[in-house]
Design a protein around this ligand. Structure first.
Ligand SMILES: Nc1ncnc2c1ncn2[C@@H]1O[C@H](COP(=O)(O)OP(=O)(O)O)[C@@H](O)[C@H]1O
Ligand SMILES: [Mg+2]
Length: 378
């Protein structure tokens, strides 16, 4: 019998599940927001993921529902569960990834290391937080942020006035998240896979480099990571996956502080940009692993298949011309580079693909990955 996975959301993460689905003999169906999205290569229907009837009709055609993004509303998720649909990750876990305030509160309950934080309902509360944190804070909108949109370093409480005003207009009301501005030496990410029957596997912790709030590069495994750092990151990842009963892939974004602590930044309950290196640098890619996990099949080996991997994102540049000529030039110049594309039209700053290079020498592969990516940035 052919197993069928339904992915809500038609972006590049759904797209990158297609190849492993074909290899595993899993039928992949996608509920896309509109025609012609990244995942249109799979069997795709188009519909509104906020509409319970639409998602229920989609779910009837598959054995399990999973996600390309975290935005499916809780009432829609509840309708799926009530109808007996297998939803992975489940509504409770997803609810934590949907709202950074809920996430901070749950991580506190689990005793996870994280930055000082507070829910702030207005300028006075933000000022009190600033006063307690040397006049600096990171303010975040709890919902809907990505790639640094919805994250702001502030030194005066008035710098969040526009966000407080927007909250006041929102019928649900609510608060902003204020966090201590962490003095980190670098950012890390821990990938964990967990299946409903409980099996858990961790990937090696990786280093991520953000530019302008957007992930630019990932190095796997994280260079100069002592055993202790690797163990702490893995323990935190497993504790979160188990504590929140995550099913599928979990990415835990981490800060490594200058005093050698590890703090949790945020969570994603799906394949994540920080795990794209696994496509060409690990025994089992995060996309194959996600399919195995949501189908409750045995998980694959997470070991790296080469000593080092580097992933560099390709962002849409100022040039509107087609990417095709650039792909050909990058391929010709760097035959060891694995070039992944998302079928998106290039807009400035938009992630349109990435490059993976794996090999024995970190300096060499980092050079090749960056050089190949540079074909797209000028
Ligand atoms: N408390 C913090 N202290 C210092 N830098 C932070 C903090 N929170 C976020 N950042 C920086 O902002 C980036 C984006 O924040 P994040 O919460 O991960 O938002 P997004 O959902 O946009 O990825 C992080 O990768 C990090 O570089
Ligand atoms: Mg982030």
């Amino acid at each position: 019998m052919v197993l069928r996975v339904g992915v809500v959301g038609g972006g590049q993460l759904a797209r990158m599940m297609i190849a492993p689905a074909v290899e595993l003999g899993v039928q992949l169906r996608v509920l896309a927001e509109e025609q012609g999205m990244s995942a249109a290569l799979a069997a795709t229907s188009v519909g509104d993921y906020r509409d319970a009837a639409t998602v229920l009709a989609f779910a009837r055609e598959v054995d399990v529902i999973t996600f390309d993004h975290e935005h499916v509303p809780q009432d829609v998720l509840a309708a799926l569960v009530d109808a007996g649909v297998a939803v992975r990750p489940g509504p409770a876990a997803l609810g934590i990834a949907q709202d950074k305030l809920v996430m901070r509160a749950r991580l506190s309950e689990l005793g996870m290391p994280q930055p000082d934080w507070a829910a702030v309902r207005g300028t006075a509360e933000l000022q009190a937080f600033l006063d307690a944190h040397e006049g600096r804070a990171v303010v975040k909108t709890p919902r809907g942020g990505y790639d640094g949109k919805g994250v702001r370093v502030v030194r005066a409480a008035t710098e969040a006035d526009d966000w407080f005003a927007a909250l006041a207009e929102d019928a649900r009301g609510g608060a902003l998240l204020a966090e201590e501005l962490v003095d980190f030496s670098r950012e890390l990410a821990q990938q964990v896979a967990r299946r409903p029957s409980g099996e858990v596997r961790v990937y090696p912790v990786v280093e991520t480099v953000q530019r302008d709030g957007v992930c630019a590069e990932v190095i796997a495994p994280a260079p100069h990571a002592a055993d202790r750092l690797r163990d702490v990151a893995a323990e935190v990842g497993i504790a979160i996956a188990e504590g929140l009963e995550v099913t599928g892939m979990l990415a835990v974004e981490l800060f490594e502080t200058t005093d050698e602590r590890v703090l949790v930044n945020e969570l994603a309950m799906r394949p994540h940009n920080s795990g794209h290196w696994t496509q060409d640098g690990a025994v089992t890619s995060q996309f194959e692993q996600h399919l195995r996990a949501v189908l409750d099949l045995p998980l694959g080996d997470t070991a790296p298949s080469a000593p080092w991997s580097v992933m560099v994102n390709i962002l849409g540049g100022p040039a509107e011309d087609g990417l095709d000529a650039r792909f050909a030039a990058a391929m010709a110049a760097h035959p060891t580079a694995k070039i992944h594309t998302y079928g998106k039209s290039p807009r400035p700053g938009r992630k349109v693909g990435h490059i993976n290079v794996a090999g024995d020498h970190l300096d060499d592969i980092a050079y090749v990955a960056r050089a190949a990516a540079s074909h797209f940035s000028d």
